[in-house]
Structures are given as C-alpha cells and as structure tokens.
Design a protein around this ligand. Structure first.
Ligand SMILES: NC(=O)c1ccc[n+]([C@@H]2O[C@H](COP(=O)([O-])OP(=O)(O)OC[C@H]3O[C@@H](n4cnc5c(N)ncnc54)[C@H](O)[C@@H]3O)[C@@H](O)[C@H]2O)c1
Ligand SMILES: [Zn+2]
Length: 386
C-alpha cells in the first residue's frame, strides 16, 4: 500500500512518497520532481555497499547520469571535513548547476548530504531516500540539514527543503535490529507530543513492531511521517510550535556530546524523552506518571531509559548549556503537559526555562530508574570500503 504525504515548505510543497519497493520506481519519481542533468547519489560506505550500487544502476539503466559519492558511516563523520570531501569530489566530477543530490541513507546522510546540496554552487535540488527507520520517520522530513562541530551537534547547517522524499520500507530489511530500535525512539517522541492513540498502539504492538511485522512497521512509518509533516508544514523554519519536535533533545544532545557520540542518537533520544518528562513533572508542567509511562514503552521497544555511566546531572546540564537551545544562559526545554498534549509556556512560546536545580534533581531520579541495560551498537566508523 502506498501513501503520499504533502509537506508545506517556506517556498514550495513537497511529497513524502511511502511505498514498499519504491526504490525501483526512483527514475520516474526523480524525473517527476526535478529536472537535472546529473545526479550525485550520496551514501555512507555501509549503505553504499548494501543499496548504493543498485540505486545508481537503476538510474543509469533508465538513462540518467548518476554517480555514487561515499563517506565513512557514523555520527562521527557528520562533519565539516566530510562535507568538504564530498563537495570537492562533486566539483572534480564536473557536477554543475544543473546537477542534483540524492541522499540515500540514515539521518547522518540526509543531514550531511542535505548540507552539501544546500551549499553546492549556492544550492542544488535535493531528493532524500531515507534508509534507516529514524531517517524515514524523522530526519528526512522538514528541511533541516547540517553537521556537528566541536562545540555541539548540528551547530553548522542550513534549511534546505527536499523536492521529494522517497520512503521504501523494504530498505529496512538490511537494517540491524539495534539500529531499527533507535528509530522507534523518534516515533515515541512524535506520539508523546501529538498523538496519545499512537502511543497506545505502540504499547499494544511493541512485540509485533520489534518482530518487524510489515503491517505494523508500515502503519508506524506512515503515522509518524504524518505527525512530523504536520509540525513542519505549520512552522517550516521553526519559528514556534515546531520546537516541540525537540522534546527530549536538549538532554539527548548533551548525552551525545558527553559520550563523544558513543551513545547513538536514537538511544540518546529515548533517555532524553524520559528525562525531560521527569523534568516537566518536577517543574509542575507535566502530568505525574508521564515519565514512567514513556519509560515503560521505550523499554518494551528495546531502548534504554536512563543516562549511562559518566552522564551525571551536572555533566549533562553543563553540556546542554553549550547547546544552541540555551538562550542567554537559560536552559530551555520543549515539554508536554501529558501524552499527546504539548505544554505552552507562560510567554506564549513552546519552550520552558527550567531552573538547573529542578532539572538536576529530576535527572538524578531518572539515573536511579531500573534500566535493563540494552546493548548499544557502539560507535561505528563504517570501515566497509567500496
Ligand atoms: N534533520 C532532522 O530533522 C533530523 C531529525 C532527527 C535526527 N536527525 C539526525 O539523524 C542522525 C541519526 O540518524 P540515524 O540513526 O539514521 O543514523 P545513521 O545515518 O548513522 O544510520 C545508522 C546506521 O545504520 C546504517 N544504515 C542505514 N540504513 C541502513 C540500511 N538500510 N541497512 C543497513 N544499515 C543501514 C548506517 O550506515 C549507520 O551505520 C543524527 O545525526 C541526528 O542528528 C536529523
Ligand atoms: Zn532526533
């Protein structure tokens, strides 16, 4: 079954096309969205080996000039250095202003290749073919691109809206279970900020989702895409309500930074969602019991819910203070009133300034939460070479 979700951008709308097997239809889909003389297909080494050659050949067989550009897999490579290598390689290959970028991969690839497209010759068209669950339900939608820098995550980047997003759930067949679960963290986040029925469903279907029952996975992808599309359509440049998508992310980014990205983004988000629900509860903003319910569903989905060793409250709050969401020295959080219902701040905005002493006590309480200690896949450096 296929689904098309329209996303409003600041200038033009684009379609998120969700369909099993959609990769085979890429030539027609690309040509319907962009007129380009040449396509730079950008993938990390892992995805390039698994799917990149096939995608390039599918395009070439249809008479489309497509070239594959790769970089080492992993968050540690979402950097200015890789942005420069990819951009230079495209210049060397003679990709001109009539070229376009097809990003094929997880969220690291959609962010990095998106930033290449945003800046290459002052901007070329971008199409995204997300291959991780996390990228399908979240990173590929909304036009945020960028790289990590020593000062923090995603601190250098640009808004560059895709012309089209092609979601082929069949690509998930090669995704390791641990990485699949990471995407579920963002789906839980979406349910937490917008859709209590979706959280009920995730609780009810956790075992089938983890077993990758295709109907359950497709329903989850479609619902989560629709939630994200709703937020970004209403607020394409994050002037207001879109900030709610950052629920859990002030703490998540701090965990990634403190652990030097040894904790993958999805795990950091799972821990961050529980921590920020606890912070909201401690501040009297979030209904009591919310953090516990979120922890229970995340745990059932195979995700961690407590900060790892070395991430005590002080370390996290210090790291978060260096995050871009800290304005004028005050740490701000996007919070929910209860599952499915965002909490609006007294000033009418969507983020709340919370005193460090309150956050610190709440964080300490999450650290003591019994955590079964789900295995982390650890940092990957993508040592596969094409
Ligand atoms: N721009 C946004 O709005 C937004 C939103 C959410 C997350 N993000 C970003 O997304 C990133 C996390 O994304 P991610 O978890 O997808 O990370 P990722 O891109 O590193 O992918 C995770 C791992 O899965 C592998 N992989 C991807 N697809 C595969 C497939 N089909 N088969 C086998 N292996 C596959 C990758 O090679 C990588 O090793 C973070 O950098 C985060 O900041 C961005
Ligand atoms: Zn995220």
């Amino acid at each position: 079954m296929s689904a098309r979700v329209e996303v409003a951008g600041p200038d033009a709308a684009y379609t998120v096309h969700v369909e099993r097997g959609a990769i085979a239809a890429l030539p027609a889909l690309l040509q319907s969205a962009v007129t380009a003389h040449a396509w730079a297909v950008i993938a990390d080494h892992t995805v390039a080996v698994l799917h990149g050659g096939r995608v390039r050949d599918t395009l070439r067989d249809a008479g489309i000039d497509a070239r594959l550009f790769t970089f080492p897999a992993g968050e540690r490579h979402k950097t200015r250095a890789e942005w420069a290598v990819l951009s230079d390689a495209m210049i060397d290959a003679g990709i001109g202003r009539d070229g376009a970028v097809l990003a094929l991969g997880g969220g690291v690839t959609t962010d990095l290749a998106g930033f290449v497209a945003a800046t290459y010759l002052r901007g070329v068209p971008l199409v995204l073919a997300p291959s991780s669950l996390l990228a399908m339900v979240d990173a590929a939608i909304g036009g945020k691109t960028g790289v990590d820098v020593p000062g923090g995550k995603n601190l250098v980047g640009a808004f560059h809206q895709p012309r089209l997003v092609v979601v082929d759930p069949d690509l998930l067949d090669t995704l390791p279970d641990a990485v699949f679960a990471e995407g579920l963290a963002e789906a839980v986040k979406h349910a937490a900020i917008a859709d209590v029925a979706q959280l009920d469903e995730l609780e009810h279907d956790a075992a089938r989702v983890l077993a990758r029952a295709s109907d359950a996975v497709e329903a989850l992808v479609r619902r989560s895409v629709a939630i994200k599309a709703g937020f970004v359509s209403a607020d394409p440049l994050e002037g207001g309500r879109r900030a709610l998508l950052n629920f859990g992310h002030t703490i998540a980014h701090a965990i990634e930074r403190v652990t030097d990205y040894a904790v993958p983004h999805g795990h950091a988000v799972a821990i961050g969602v529980v921590a920020e629900a606890a912070i909201g509860e401690a501040a009297g903003i979030t209904a009591p019991g919310t953090a516990r319910r979120l922890a229970t569903v995340l745990d059932a989905l195979g995700l961690p819910t407590a900060p790892p060793d070395g991430c005590d409250a002080d370390a996290l709050l210090d790291a978060a203070a260096g995050d871009k969401k800290a304005r004028a020295g005050v740490l701000r959080y996007a919070l929910i009133a209860r599952i499915g219902v965002p909490a609006r701040a007294a000033d009418g905005g969507w983020t709340h300034a919370i005193d460090a002493s309150i956050a610190s006590v709440a964080l300490a309480s999450t650290a003591h939460r019994a955590s079964p200690g789900h295995p982390s896949r650890g940092p990957d450096d993508g040592r596969v070479v094409v």
